[in-house]
Design a protein around this ligand. Structure first.
Ligand code: PMP
Length: 287
């Protein structure tokens, strides 16, 4: 099987295994029931950006799904570094994943093991180009249905479907409303708006509290830009001047327009967004 990005070794349950030999059985619980949690992490110049925060979120996600892992933050951070080092990676994407194994085919059995892998492959910073998105007909699941701050594989099958719908309509991605009809987040990124020099972003509760989101909030605060985490009604989108999305993979991407109920709301491209992008790029290289 072909995989476009690859490296030499994958870390699995404490050992390095050659990439081509890193395989699972078809009866793996995670394949049938999506019982996996993961992280998306990046290294820049061989430094892993916010490694501790990602390791903590991974442990928290596992706990939220009743998966037990026997490693602490420090150990996980070491494994992440060992993985990029053995693969001689400088600028990379790192994917730790915790999943339920193949010992029995039941929704739950205490015989089913919890397993841990870390894969990593080369990835350079993205080009900064602005994109057009729409608002999906699908809503972000309710925090009463599934923990919204859990980075679980299960939630991404819906995100994939939403991306396909969005691409078919000619957009790059879709924004989801939450169960109350407020703006939540995109399929794999958080969203920010700029209005009269103030930064607005949906408050936590219905979103994944992205590590890039948290970084952007502290960058803005350090620049003296006021940040409001609040409910944002999609009817008010036209009152904002700028818009951008944030995530480990997309980094910070300006949004050119959001189409909602066949209305296209356009945003300006630069100014505060540009300042924050520049600061973020400086920061990831430093940390
Ligand atoms: N929301 C969702 C649904 C995501 O999948 C991601 C990507 N992890 C984000 C937000 C952004 O999170 P982060 O900045 O930690 O990558």
């Amino acid at each position: 099987m072909q995989f476009l990005q690859k490296s030499d070794y994958v870390w699995i349950n404490g050992d390095f295994v050659p990439w081509e030999e890193a395989k699972i059985h078809i009866m793996t619980h995670a394949l049938h029931y999506s019982s996996a949690v993961f992280e998306g992490i990046r290294s820049y110049d061989s430094k892993i950006f916010e490694a501790e925060l990602h390791a903590k979120r991974l442990i928290d996600s596992a706990k939220m799904l009743e998966m037990t892992i026997n490693y602490d933050i420090k150990q996980i951070v070491n494994f992440l570094y060992e993985t990029i080092e053995i693969n001689r990676l400088s600028d990379s994407y790192i994917r730790p994943l915790i999943w339920r194994g193949d010992e029995e085919m039941k929704i739950y059995s205490d015989k089913i093991t919890t397993n841990f892998l870390i894969a990593a492959w080369p990835m350079l910073s993205n080009k900064i180009n602005s994109v057009d998105i729409d608002i999906s007909r699908w809503r972000k699941f309710s925090p009463d249905s599934f923990p919204t701050n859990c980075k679980a594989s299960a939630t991404y099958s819906m995100m994939t479907k939403i991306q396909v719908e969005s691409l078919k309509k000619g957009f790059t991605d879709s924004l989801l409303l939450d169960v109350n009809g407020n703006i939540a987040e995109c399929t794999c990124s958080n969203i920010f708006f700029v209005g009269c020099g103030v930064l607005y972003t949906p408050k936590t509760g219905h979103i994944l509290n992205g590590i890039t989101r948290q970084t952007v909030i502290s960058i803005a605060q350090s620049l003296g830009i006021e940040v409001l985490e609040c409910d944002i009604n999609p009817q008010n989108l036209s009152s904002f001047d700028e818009c951008f999305i944030t995530g480990t993979a997309v980094e910070i991407k300006p949004i050119r327009s959001i189409t909602y109920n066949d209305n296209k709301i356009s945003f300006k491209e630069d100014n505060i967004t540009g300042i924050i992008i520049k600061k973020y790029q400086e920061l990831v290289k430093k940390k």
